[in-house]
Design a protein around this ligand. Structure first.
Ligand code: SAH
Ligand code: SF4
Length: 350
């Protein structure tokens, strides 16, 4: 097994290179090359041929190859299907805002959490992504468009807090000033609510924005749509969120997918307002994306507006999240699913 060199911190590279008899400053050079997205050691032009050969023998540079790319006809949103060395695939979405480019990346191939409205949840779990595979999604998008990404959201496939160590490693690498240098304040992490991990993250005091996928005002509804709620209920989750907001001073962003007739009634809005009262919070309402086989439909515009009005009566600000690339987006997990279906038809995978 060759070493996954792009997942290494500069200090770890320094230790490895020292063992190869290299001077200290080499680590900074190699780190910069890797974080800039080179795909081979030969591109490291200020490194001796001899060292490059040693690195080729011992290490590999992971990359995210573009399998498919969809461009929205409505805006500049681009959706990518990437494949890694072992053939596993994930999705990522690149969005253009007035303040720059935001990339939504995946943290796992699939997901174990099984939310009933989610295409990723429906396809099961294959494996965790490494830190370098998360970086590679960003690097491929930058190279493909000749741009710099300024914001990141961990809202693609997978549950980031279920791949905690690799995600933390990724966050430290991507925010490193000798690397992509994207500050924590420009990064959001979305979780379905793995309570112990939220405490752990809070104690690290990173200046990340935490997004919590709430999607229901009470345990009865939430446990039906999000199995994770049977392990960590809303009371426990909101307590962890309060702790996060207090320890980091950061406002929590609650995601709420509006599903027609499931979680969008006036009573739901009132209950949600009561539960979030007094919290440093913002609610993002998202019309649920219909995923085949779920039977869920998005709430009507008027219903969403009414929901917002009721929440604001409790002092909670809520907005409807702008849906970019709605023609190509469906929801994360769908592109991979359809690619898998195509390959299955061709008999490539079973
Ligand atoms: N696992 C993490 C992050 C990835 S999912 C989480 O659940 O938060 C990213 C966001 O998309 C989450 O808020 C999730 O609830 C939401 N989502 C999943 N399927 C959706 C759908 N069909 N319609 C709208 N939002 C959806
Ligand atoms: Fe996993 Fe998030 Fe989808 Fe739930 S919504 S199945 S946690 S990716």
């Amino acid at each position: 097994m060759k070493t996954d060199i792009k997942s290494m911190y500069e200090s770890e590279l320094a230790d490895m290179l020292a063992k190869m008899g290299e001077p200290k400053y080499r680590a900074a050079q190699v780190f910069k090359w890797l974080q800039s997205g080179v795909k081979s050691f030969d591109e490291m032009t200020n490194i001796s041929k001899n060292l490059r050969q040693k690195l080729v023998q011992n290490c590999h540079i992971s990359s995210a190859a573009i399998e498919k790319k969809l461009i929205s006809a409505y805006d500049d949103t681009e959706k990518y299907l990437f494949s890694f060395a072992d053939g596993e695939m994930v999705e990522s979405v690149l969005m253009k805002y007035h303040h720059g480019y935001t990339s939504c990346i995946s943290t796992q191939v699939g997901c174990k959490m099984g939310c009933t409205f989610c295409a990723t949840g429906k396809s099961g779990f294959a494996r965790n992504l490494t830190a370098s595979e998360m970086l590679s999604q960003l690097q491929s998008e930058q190279q493909d468009n000749n741009i710099r990404i300024s914001n990141i959201v961990l809202m693609g496939m997978g549950e980031p807090l279920d791949n905690f160590d690799n995600v933390i490693r990724f966050l430290k690498l991507v925010s490193n000033e000798n690397g992509m240098n994207i500050g924590m304040r420009h990064i959001s992490l979305s979780t379905c609510g793995l309570v112990p991990r939220i405490y752990e993250l809070a104690d690290m005091k990173l200046q990340l924005t935490l997004s919590v996928s709430l999607h229901a005002p009470n345990d009865q509804i939430r446990s039906r749509t999000m199995p994770v709620n049977r392990k960590y209920n809303i009371g426990q989750l909101l307590e962890a969120c309060r702790y996060y907001a207090k320890s980091t001073g950061r406002r929590i962003s609650f995601e709420y997918a509006m599903i027609d007739g499931v979680n969008d009634s006036d009573a739901c809005a009132k209950e949600l307002g009561e539960r979030l009262k007094g919290m440093l919070a913002h609610v993002n309402l998202i019309p649920v994306n219909s995923v085949s086989g779920t039977g869920y439909k998005k709430s009507k515009r008027e219903r969403m507006q009414r929901f917002i009005n009721i929440l604001s009566g409790s002092g909670i600000t809520a907005t409807v999240r702008r849906t970019l690339g709605s023609d190509i987006n469906a929801s994360c997990g769908q592109l991979r699913r359809s690619a898998a279906d195509e390959r299955m038809k061709k008999g490539e995978i079973s």
